[in-house]
Design a protein around this ligand. Structure first.
Ligand code: GTP
Ligand code: MG
Length: 220
């Protein structure tokens, strides 16, 4: 077995353990992936401020360095644990396992995992999450889904964000959505702005539906 295959096999085993641990506690984990600066933390801050009274939200933050994002999350009103990966370019299941044990989420908690900004490596590493969401800002260009197909193929939802900037950039939303569906026909899509608030209700409804599915599964 190659070293890469061995690393991925070990990660998959730990991810399966995370998934069972989360299911046993009726906790939904959502893995947020994007390139650096696409707006993951901004969307989480806004979501916590808007939905914090309705859903119990906690956050695991992944960055190579600093605790800046975990502090932003705490200032927005949610609990957070920061993982620093050093030279690493993605989160792995064992890091999330340790962070979950530190976070100790109550049943019914929505745990948002903000991955390291990178559209390549996080695609290969299952964390045990219930859903994976790609965030793509309009400033990055509409061709990203076909240039980084592994990532978009691995996601349940693609969010096109920073739509308030559309008048200032050459970004065709329909072309981007078509590219995403060409690599993943099952991917759901949303477009929103964390700054203006446009489109956020669709994201909140998607989160509510994911939480409802988890409770329905627990009572099945
Ligand atoms: N105009 C506009 N700016 C945004 C929006 N969302 C985020 N930003 C800005 O984009 C920059 C990066 O946002 P972050 O939320 O830090 O991005 P991130 O994906 O968490 O970045 P990393 O954690 O470093 O990968 C910040 O200056 C934000 O204010 C938006 O909807 N509209
Ligand atoms: Mg961030």
């Amino acid at each position: 077995m190659t070293l890469e295959a061995a690393i991925l096999e070990k990660n998959d085993r730990l991810a399966a353990e995370n998934r069972a641990w989360l299911a046993g506690r009726e906790v939904l984990a959502v893995n947020l992936v994007s390139s650096p600066g696409a707006g993951k933390t901004a969307l989480l801050e806004r979501t916590i401020r808007d939905l914090g009274g309705e859903l119990s939200i906690a956050v695991i933050e992944g960055d190579q360095s600093t605790t800046r994002d975990a502090e932003r999350i705490r200032n927005a009103g949610a609990r957070s644990v920061q993982i620093n990966t050093g030279a690493g370019c993605h989160l792995e299941a064992d890091m999330v396992r340790a962070a979950l044990r530190e976070l100790r989420p109550e049943p019914g908690t929505l745990v948002m995992i903000e991955n390291v900004g990178n559209l390549v490596c996080p695609a290969m590493f299952d964390l045990g999450e219930g859903a994976r969401v790609a965030i793509l800002s309009v400033a990055e260009g509409e061709d990203k889904p076909i240039k980084y197909p592994h990532m978009f193929r691995s996601c349940d939802l693609m969010i096109v964000t920073k739509t308030d900037l559309l008048p200032h950039v050459d970004f065709d939303l329909d072309t981007c959505l078509a590219h995403a569906r060409s690599v993943n026909p099952d991917i759901a899509t949303l477009a929103l702005s964390s700054r203006s608030g446009e489109g956020l209700e669709g994201w909140y409804d998607w989160l509510r539906a994911q939480c409802a599915n988890l409770s329905a599964a627990a009572f099945a």
